[in-house]
Design a binder for this molecule. Sequence first.
Ligand SMILES: NC(=O)c1ccc[n+]([C@@H]2O[C@H](COP(=O)([O-])OP(=O)(O)OC[C@H]3O[C@@H](n4cnc5c(N)ncnc54)[C@H](OP(=O)(O)O)[C@@H]3O)[C@@H](O)[C@H]2O)c1
Length: 324
Amino acid sequence: MEYTTLGTTGTTVSRICLGCMSFGSSDWREWVLEDEESKEIIDRAIDLGINFFDTANVYSLGESERILGEALEGRREEAVVATKVFLQMREADPNSGGLSRKTIEQELEASLDRLGMDTVDLYQTHRWDRKTPIETTMRALDDAVRRGQVRYVGASSMWAHQFAEALHTSDHLGLERFVTMQNHYNLVYREEEREMLPLCEKEEVGVVPWSPLARGYLTRPHEEIDATTRGETEEHMYEHPYRDGGGQEINERVAELAADKGVTMAQIALAWLLHKDWVDAPIVGTTSVEHLEQAVEALEIDLSASDMAYLEEPYEPVEVSGHR
Ligand SMILES: NC(=O)c1ccc[n+]([C@@H]2O[C@H](COP(=O)([O-])OP(=O)(O)OC[C@H]3O[C@@H](n4cnc5c(N)ncnc54)[C@H](OP(=O)(O)O)[C@@H]3O)[C@@H](O)[C@H]2O)c1
């Protein structure tokens, strides 16, 4: 395993983060693994040297956190655990979502309870909350750090101007600042290169991209996208503009380079991200031990400058996707 330092935290994380959205309950999404199968993947990840895990309160409505916590029992200290807050947890309770002080305090307690932990390493805001002033959110997060319930705070997809405002607010008020950005970034979605990634670089914010394989779009020929349950049933796969702006040509070039190098398409797509200096660790989602092993092997793939340029060349700007 290769390791890196997460942003300015001084904390060491594996360069592959295991995404836990695929663990929990198939009642939530058809392609999600249940308890035992999920734990097999987490166990194998630990064997492979992965120490970085990303979940969220909303994944399988808490089941993902519960399973991750149980899988890490007895080896909690070695793991760097990230979870999130923002998306509404209970239909009848509007305060189970958002980033108000009430939501953050209550949802954090509930996440820690499910994880079976006193402290979570990285607590991330899942989206921007237009209803709560950023100062309120940053104060509530800072207090959670003071209480010892959270070690670092991070953020997920938003506009760069919002992220800049959040960082400025923390600095101005002497509060904990966001140390990571979990954003939507892969070979067929590169809009983050315009504003967000240069901002993160300047501010020394760690970058942990979500859907690094474009939810599977970069793992098989585009005409076979619906060949898996997730490919067939997940609406986001079709909402994101992966096929637009040169996406199909990029998919074909990924396949071509994979064949040339004798590796899989997923490995080429991940290697591309791992060669980008602003990326600390892509968050890989999988329901297969074999695919997990392939992700780790992707760390060994060397892409030349001309390979990188060949993969990137067909890209054209697409609609912003993943946040509004
Ligand atoms: N912050 C946010 O808003 C946000 C949004 C989305 C996701 N996330 C985080 O990011 C993580 C990953 O996201 P994701 O699952 O959407 O995206 P992903 O990693 O881009 O794609 C996962 C898909 O790729 C397939 N795959 C993975 N490795 C493969 C391989 N070697 N060969 C063939 N297929 C392969 C998986 O199928 P198999 O299951 O068959 O391997 C799965 O269908 C999540 O678990 C979550 O932690 C965060």
